[in-house]
Structures are given as structure tokens and as C-alpha cells.
Design a protein around this ligand. Structure first.
Ligand code: NAP
Length: 311
């Protein structure tokens, strides 16, 4: 693994600094206008989502008259939402829980990764034809590279959890050439299904396997804000963690989870889930606009309040 300096977002923009579109809006209170293109995120809950902020920061930096909003769509409503996307000409949708599997069934075409995962987190409206992709895994790899310089090729990896996020990471690690991808999960059947995504380098394991790993990825909701103060919410015995490892927690709220704190105390390098969120959104921007995503501006839009733990 190549070590780079801790990768924090460069030259963060102060939130108080007006963006191009805020200036535009001040000049013309009628903006957004009839010409503005619309994208968004569907999910439930969704009002807390950082996706519109990330998308809008990208549109600002790219100088595009596009706007992103959040649509609260109840469980079971993904198909209707995507039909509405087609009817209304919404250019792109990010898809979050509980709709990722339903969206994979409702789109017209799936990327190879989305087909393997049976899940879609990004829909692109291509002239009425809906293309579904899963950018979580690639977003994870790009975030890992940015934060640590780590390329998982040839490395031993442990993924804790076997839900949607874990499955995307398992597949991405295997496709990136990991030597081993060990899945540790509460429910054995789901662990086996997730490990199978990694083919010959995948297997089901136990928490103890983390001791031998170069990279440990925490992909359960344990450690999120509402559970952070509960001592029983440690997804893995931190005694298995050590210096020389990278430990990633896909949770980003709070920025430092109990597991990351414990891992850092044991000398491991720690990364939270904010980078994965930013980079999967950057890939969505590229799908929708065909432009290279302004990743630094996107980081700057969310990072000042939620800095990565720098180790
Ligand atoms: P999910 O599909 O519901 O999967 C949850 C996983 O966590 C399952 O494997 C489940 O185990 C396990 N789990 C849940 N509660 C547990 C408990 N009390 N003890 C042990 N294991 C438990 O959720 P997901 O979509 O994969 O999301 C997982 C986490 O990743 C969430 O915190 C989410 O916010 C985060 N995430 C972050 C990003 C990002 O961009 N940073 C993207 C996606 C998700 P069982 O199989 O036994 O039920």
C-alpha cells in the first residue's frame, strides 16, 4: 500500500461564501427557472440527506443551470417514482434506502455491477430510457484511495456486515484484485451470499479474522448517531485491530464512531464513510451531465462540519 499524506479536502469553501447560483438567484429571484434541469434523491427517510447539497455544489462549480432536491418516497413507491421521473423529464435520481432493490427491477437497463448486486443507487434518464447503476463500490474505492492511498489489490480485507453497502464493497474489493475478502455478519445466510460476490477470493469469517487483515470495513449501521452512546453497538471486538491496518467505517454521522475511536487508539489508520458518499455522488454527476465531477467543491460542501478523522 502506498501512503500519502492524509487526504483532506483542499481549500474548503466557507459555507458563508455565496456560490455562483446563489449570486444568480440574488440577481434573479425567479431562479430556478423553466429552463433549469432537475435531479434529486428518493428515499425514506430523506430529509436529512446530503445528496442535494453535494449535487448542487457540483452544479455550482460546473456552472450548470441544474438543481437537485429530495423526494420523500415511501417503501414500495420506487416504481411509481421512476415512472414519474420519465414523465417529468427528471434527468437523474440518486436512490437510497429502502428503494435500491426495487429500483433495480424498475429501470430499463442495468450496469453490470448493478445487475450483480441487484441494487441501483443511481438512475440516469437517457431520453426516457432509465439506466440503473450502483456507484457505491466504486465510490468506496475512490474514497479509500483519496484518504489513504490504499489500492486493495493483493490485500486481505474483512467486511463486517452483509447488507446493501457491504455487498457493494465486497464486489468492488474483489474486482479491484483483493487477495481475500472475508465477510463477517450476524446472519450466516446473508454472509454467504455476500461472500459469493467475491468469487474465489470470498469467504465467510469471524471477527478474529480482522487481526490478519490489511483493511477492515465496517458496513453495519452500528455506530450511527442514534446508537453511538450504547456500548453494545460495537460491531467488532476492537482487540482484533492493530497498527498498520486501515479501518473504514461506512457510517459518517457521527464523523468518529466508537469503532473508529477504538481502532485509532490501537494505532490503526481510520477513515469514515463521508468519502464514499462524496465519491458515489461524484460518479452520479458524471453519469447525468457527462462532465467530470468537481470533487473538491463537493467535498467542500459537506466536509467543514464533518471532517474525517485524520490519522
Ligand atoms: P442494510 O442493507 O440494512 O444492512 C445492514 C447490515 O448490518 C446487515 O448485514 C445486518 O446484519 C447488519 N446489522 C444491522 N444491525 C445489526 C446489529 N444490531 N448487530 C449486528 N449486525 C447488524 O444497510 P446498508 O444499506 O448496507 O447500510 C449499512 C450502513 O452503511 C449504514 O450505516 C449506512 O448508513 C451506511 N452506508 C454508508 C454509505 C456511504 O456512502 N458512506 C452508503 C451506504 C450505506 P443481518 O444481515 O444479520 O441483518
Amino acid at each position: 500500500m502506498t501512503e500519502h499524506p492524509p487526504a483532506q479536502p483542499a481549500a474548503p469553501v466557507t459555507p458563508a461564501q455565496p456560490g455562483r447560483r446563489e449570486l444568480l438567484a440574488r440577481q434573479s429571484p425567479l431562479w430556478p427557472s423553466a429552463a433549469s434541469r432537475v435531479v434529486g434523491v428518493i428515499g425514506d427517510p430523506v430529509r436529512h440527506s446530503l445528496s442535494p447539497r453535494l449535487h448542487n455544489a457540483a452544479f455550482d462549480a460546473l456552472g450548470l443551470d441544474w438543481v437537485s432536491v429530495a423526494f420523500e418516497v415511501r417503501a414500495g413507491g420506487a416504481r411509481a417514482a421512476l415512472e414519474g421521473m420519465r414523465t417529468l423529464g427528471i434527468a437523474g435520481l440518486s436512490v437510497t434506502m429502502p428503494h435500491k432493490a426495487d429500483a433495480a427491477v424498475a429501470v430499463d437497463e442495468l450496469s453490470a455491477v448493478a445487475r450483480r448486486l441487484g441494487a441501483v443507487n443511481c438512475v440516469t434518464n437517457n431520453g426516457g430510457r432509465l439506466l440503473g447503476d450502483s456507484t457505491d463500490g466504486q465510490g468506496f474505492l475512490e474514497a479509500l484511495l483519496r484518504a489513504t492511498g490504499m489500492d486493495p489489490s493483493g490485500l486481505r480485507c474483512v467486511v463486517v456486515g452483509a447488507g446493501g453497502a457491504a455487498r457493494a464493497v465486497v464486489l468492488a474489493l474483489a474486482q479491484a484484485g483483493a487477495a481475500e475478502v472475508v465477510v463477517v455478519n450476524r446472519t450466516a445466510a446473508k454472509a454467504s451470499a455476500a461472500a459469493a460476490l467475491a468469487g474465489t477470493v470470498g469467504r465467510v469469517g469471524r471477527g478474529e479474522d480482522a487481526a490478519e487483515a490489511d483493511l477492515v470495513v465496517q458496513a453495519t449501521p452500528l455506530g450511527m448517531v442514534h446508537t453511538a452512546r450504547d456500548a453494545t453497538t460495537m460491531p467488532l471486538d476492537p482487540n482484533h485491530l492493530r497498527a498498520g491496518q486501515v479501518v473504514v467505517d461506512l457510517v459518517y454521522e457521527p464523523p468518529t464512531t466508537p469503532l473508529l475511536e477504538a481502532a485509532a487508539r490501537r494505532g490503526a489508520r481510520t477513515v469514515n464513510g463521508l468519502g464514499m458518499l462524496v465519491h458515489q455522488a461524484a460518479l452520479a454527476i458524471e453519469h447525468w451531465t457527462g462532465r467530470r465531477a468537481p470533487v473538491e467543491a463537493m467535498w467542500a460542501a459537506v466536509a467543514p462540519q464533518r471532517a474525517e478523522p485524520a490519522r
